[in-house]
Ligand binder design. Structure first.
Ligand code: NAP
Length: 249
């Protein structure tokens, strides 16, 4: 595939941003979707362009069904037909025990981490499926090791939202294989991004990172390289895979 167009949801910062940089360096045309931090997304796109890459920043709330369709239309208009998707946008909510958790917060986490991932993938397969006139391609959904640990006392709702994504990956991979689309999942361990501070636990990185068999948090680039391998032709026989990149947790 010579003209590879990659949409990464939630990629103004963190793991998505590292993936955008690496993908652009490998020749993908990259759509950097973000929610509200336009400064971070614009800085990233500026860096990519300075390095000779092709990227565009697109603001859209992927938890909003109407904005999802608009996001995909913008990608096609600005970069060409979509060939690859990283379903990355995610939030943890406020750390704590379930009994004390705000139902509105739980709903927001499930709606973004699970429902929006499914709806974004739906829009992608409608455009990428060979039987519908697309070119085929690749999707990587971003789960979390929380799907396996359950995240007790911290983020049980988040763990559940990510477990659902792993089941979804397995089913969708089987459903769209004949349409030329591979669907895989990367499950990161603890990674150096601002997501932990957003959950009210800025010390979480050092605390959990040091308990991993590889005794440190991962870097966003260490997750990005796994994502890009799964998107690439080097992974041409991989579909329905859940790749854990967790420092051994
Ligand atoms: P992050 O640093 O907090 O960045 C989140 C990004 O998502 C930001 O660019 C944000 O946009 C965007 N975003 C949030 N809500 C959105 C929405 N409704 N629509 C569109 N974009 C939205 O997060 P991260 O740590 O890189 O996490 C990325 C993914 O990896 C998530 O799915 C997360 O669950 C998963 N993960 C992370 C870790 C970890 O330790 N970091 C571990 C396991 C799994 P703005 O910049 O505009 O705010």
């Amino acid at each position: 595939m010579s003209d590879r167009v990659l949409l990464i949801t939630g990629s103004g910062r963190g793991i998505g941003a590292a993936t955008a940089r690496m993908a652009a360096a490998e020749g993908y045309r990259v759509a950097v979707n973000y929610l509200s931090n336009s400064a971070a997304a614009d800085l990233l796109v500026g860096d990519i362009r300075k390095a000779g890459g092709n990227a565009t920043a697109i603001k859209a709330d992927v938890a909003n069904e109407t904005e999802i369709a608009g996001l995909f239309d913008s990608v096609t208009q600005e970069l060409g037909p979509l060939t690859h998707l990283v379903n990355n946008a995610g939030i943890v909510g406020r750390a704590g025990k379930l009994a004390d958790a705000d139902p509105k917060m739980i709903r927001e986490v499930i709606e973004l981490n699970t429902l929006s991932v499914i709806l974004v993938a739906r829009e992608a397969v409608r455009r990428m499926s060979k039987s519908r006139g697309g070119q085929g391609g690749g999707i990587v959904n971003i789960s979390s090791i929380a799907a396996n640990t359950g995240s007790p006392g911290e983020y049980t709702w988040y763990a559940a939202s990510k477990g659902a994504i792993e089941s979804f990956t397995v089913g969708l991979a089987k459903e769209v294989a004949a349409d030329g689309i591979r669907v895989n999942c990367v499950s990161p361990g603890i990674v150096e991004t601002e997501i932990h501070a957003s959950g009210g636990q800025p010390d979480r990185l050092a605390r959990i990172g040091s308990q991993s068999p590889i005794p440190r948090p991962g870097k966003p680039e260490e997750i990005a390289s796994a994502i890009l391998w799964l998107l690439s032709d080097a992974a041409s026989y991989a579909t329905g895979s859940i790749l854990r990149v967790t420092g051994g947790r």
